[in-house]
Design a protein around this ligand. Structure first.
Ligand code: MF3
Ligand code: CO
Length: 250
């Protein structure tokens, strides 16, 4: 399958999906507090998605059981919401949400500190991860390469002493949640497919405090750092336009 370019009308539809994802994430963020469970967040998200007349993108994708991924501390991505996971002061929780509206997908993620007890060095991990996403987004110009995105993310993360995850990557998105191309958070400038007008990329740096390695737990979903260090994740969907990057998930 080749990389699918979207028309202006299709990108407008994706902007609507993206706005819904953002609205859900903003709502869920407001519920993050010590004592809340990740299933509390899941239920709130499911209701919001329904109220906004969209459908969840993750639930039933392969056999994923929920509308959110909620990944705490050393969990990198794909943590499954649960009644038994209670947020504690000092935790960080990554919240990833996807929806489909009128056939077009939106996908975004944030990482949120739980309370004021999060260590300064961990707050810096969140700041650097979010800033690295914008470093990647700045590379989204017609004629640049996918490798320019990954290189910009990786250089910024490593200059700040953290490491990028290699086992999971960003992706094209449109009428499917995952389309070509893969969008790694590492790479070499000038390498990989060239960006063309109408491509839409989900750029999603996953950044570990310590070593870069990841492994998947026995639940077959939850990815954790191999060294047990904390990990952060931020994601936006970004369209390639002749005027540069257009963020669809804000
Ligand atoms: N944002 C993630 C991704 O795009 C979430 C996928 S979770 C799944 O890969 F359950 F849908 F697989
Ligand atoms: Co994604």
């Amino acid at each position: 399958m080749a990389i699918v370019c979207k028309s202006a009308a299709e990108i407008e539809k994706m902007r609507r999906s993206g706005r819904i994802v953002r609205e859900v994430l903003d709502h869920v963020r407001s519920l993050v507090a010590a004592g809340a469970t990740t299933m509390d967040l899941e239920r709130a998200a499911e209701k919001r998605i329904k109220d906004l007349d969209a459908k969840p993108a993750f639930k039933g994708y392969y056999d994923y059981p929920c509308v959110l991924c909620t990944s705490i501390n050393e969990e990198i991505v794909h943590g499954i919401p649960s009644d038994s996971r209670v947020l504690k002061p000092g935790d960080i929780v990554s919240i990833d949400c996807g929806v489909v509206l009128d056939g077009y997908y939106g996908d975004a993620a944030i990482t949120v500190p739980v309370g004021d007890a999060v260590k300064q060095e961990v707050r810096k991990l969140l700041e650097v991860t979010e800033a690295s996403l914008y470093r990647g987004i700045e590379q989204v110009w017609v004629g640049n390469a996918v490798g320019d995105v990954g290189a910009a993310v990786q250089e910024f993360v490593e200059a700040n002493g953290f490491s990028v995850v290699r086992e999971f990557v960003g992706h094209g998105i449109g009428t499917k949640l995952h389309e070509e191309p893969q969008v790694p958070n590492f790479g070499a400038r000038g390498h990989g497919p060239r960006l063309r007008e109408g491509m839409v990329l989900a750029i999603e740096p996953m950044v570990n405090f310590g070593r870069p390695g990841a492994r998947v737990l026995e639940d077959k979903w939850t990815a954790v750092t191999t060294d047990g260090s904390y990990s952060a994740h931020f994601e936006h969907c970004v369209a390639v336009t002749k005027n540069g990057p257009m963020i669809l998930t804000n």
